[in-house]
Write a protein that binds this ligand. Structure first.
Ligand SMILES: *Cc1c(COP(=O)(O)O)cnc(C)c1O
Length: 411
């Protein structure tokens, strides 16, 4: 506070303006962090509902929610209370023991996923770790070949990275695990050729998030299901970004009418508390990993599991799947100059721009008080909290033409 006051007293006396607190912190960031994220845009301090405030007091409508993580926004009483209560009871206990929240969350997830008796959950701390567990699961088939999709993103560990398509992410770290083959998503013939008796698994994101919200047709998911079943391979769905209500369904693959052999979740599941999960369907798949073959220190801790339960309870109680569908529909068909197309479902959406660089639009939106993400050079990603109202999103849609005009003028 004293620093702020001294800034105030200097006002109007010809003393050079003192840099904002955010600028000062970003300088310290540059001098203290590994620079893998480049320079962050702003320093955020706190949030309430769908709104977040930076360290200098500017408010933003958060249309990205920590990359599809803050499903209940900021400061949601159900989540805050669940986490506070669990923190008082026990934050961590190790996997030599277990806890009621962990068991309850596993049961709830399996029920929501429609998994048969004999299914199981392995809790991790992130999406990458959930996929890593899935990769190890597939190795237990006795085969090693994995088919993944061009445009895929499955994480940054040396296993999950091998399944991530973008060369710039992968190549500096090669050699990664071998025998991963990429096929163009949605290309039925390519998949028919790729999947055979050597295939351990096919990994698919029902909607590719990092590639710019690109959905594979339901028929392609069904084909992947048929081919993997026929050849004794596993179908693994990465619903880390699409799961837990994001698309207006509990899981994005449900509407395709298929059941995978395994599914990975993370992002929205803990509402911001780090958690990942691998679901294995049925006793045969679940039995592939036996005692001692995998593990984690933090995974399944009662704090994260209590957070997960609070998120699932709130989605159900407050009808947030319906909200995601209803409010998300406002982003379905934008008749705005500079917008050439929209993609996605529920509250996972892309706005494709015509001739205006997405990073410039992101910057103009931020100046106007809206957080969005330039997911590709030409597209914005929106993944707001599932609690967002039509009025809140309407505020962005009203501002969008002006934002695009200003970005266009800069480009
Ligand atoms: C974010 C993401 C991951 C990686 O999750 P982390 O929690 O960052 O490790 C994996 N797959 C998909 C589809 C994702 O969106």
């Amino acid at each position: 506070m004293s620093a702020d006051r001294s800034t105030d007293t200097s006002e109007g006396r010809g003393v050079p303006e003192v840099a904002s607190k955010g600028t000062g912190l970003l300088t310290r960031y540059a001098a203290s962090m590994v620079q893998v994220f480049g320079t962050p845009q702003i320093v955020l301090a706190s949030g309430q509902g769908c709104w977040v405030t930076d360290i200098d007091g500017k408010r933003y409508l958060d249309l990205l929610s920590g990359i599809a993580v803050n499903a209940l926004g900021y400061g949601h009483p159900a989540l805050v209370q669940a986490v506070s209560k669990q923190a008082e009871a026990a934050i961590h206990i190790s996997n030599f023991f277990t806890s009621e929240p962990a068991i309850q969350l596993a049961e709830r997830l399996l029920a929501l996923a429609g998994a048969p008796t004999g299914s199981g959950v392995f809790f991790a701390n992130s999406g990458t770790e959930a996929n890593e567990a899935a990769i190890k699961l597939t190795r237990r088939t006795g085969r090693s070949r994995i088919i993944a999709m061009e445009g895929s993103f499955h994480g940054r560990s040396t296993g999950a990275l091998a399944l991530t398509h973008k060369a710039a992410y992968r190549e500096p770290f090669e050699p990664l695990i071998p025998d991963v083959h990429f096929v163009p998503p949605g290309d039925a013939d390519a998949l028919r050729v790729a999947v055979d008796g050597q295939t351990a698994a096919v990994f698919v994101e029902p909607i590719q998030g990092e590639a710019g919200i690109r959905e594979v047709p339901a028929g392609y998911l069904r084909l992947a299901r048929d081919l993997t079943r026929r050849h004794g391979a596993l179908l693994v769905l990465d619903e880390i970004q699409t799961g837990v209500g994001r698309t207006g369904d509990w899981f994005a693959h449900t509407s395709a009418g298929i059941r995978p052999d395994a599914m990975t979740l993370a992002k929205g599941l803990g509402g911001g508390v780090p958690i990942g999960a691998l679901l294995t369907y049925g006793p045969e798949v679940t039995g592939l990993l036996t005692a001692g073959q995998h593990g984690t220190t933090f995974g399944g801790n009662p704090l994260a599991c209590a957070a997960g339960l609070a998120v699932l309870d709130t989605i159900e109680r407050d009808h947030l799947l319906e909200n995601a569908t209803r409010v998300g529909a406002l982003l379905g068909d934008l008749n705005v100059p500079g917008v050439s197309a929209t993609r996605g479902r529920g509250l996972l959406r892309a706005i494709e721009l015509s001739g205006i660089p997405a990073p410039l639009v992101m910057q103009e939106a931020r100046d106007a008080g809206f957080i969005v993400n330039a997911v590709t050079p030409t597209a914005l990603r929106l993944a707001p909290p599932l609690i967002i109202t039509a009025d809140e999103l309407g505020g962005f849609l009203t501002a969008l033409p002006g934002i695009l005009e200003r970005a266009q003028a800069l480009s």
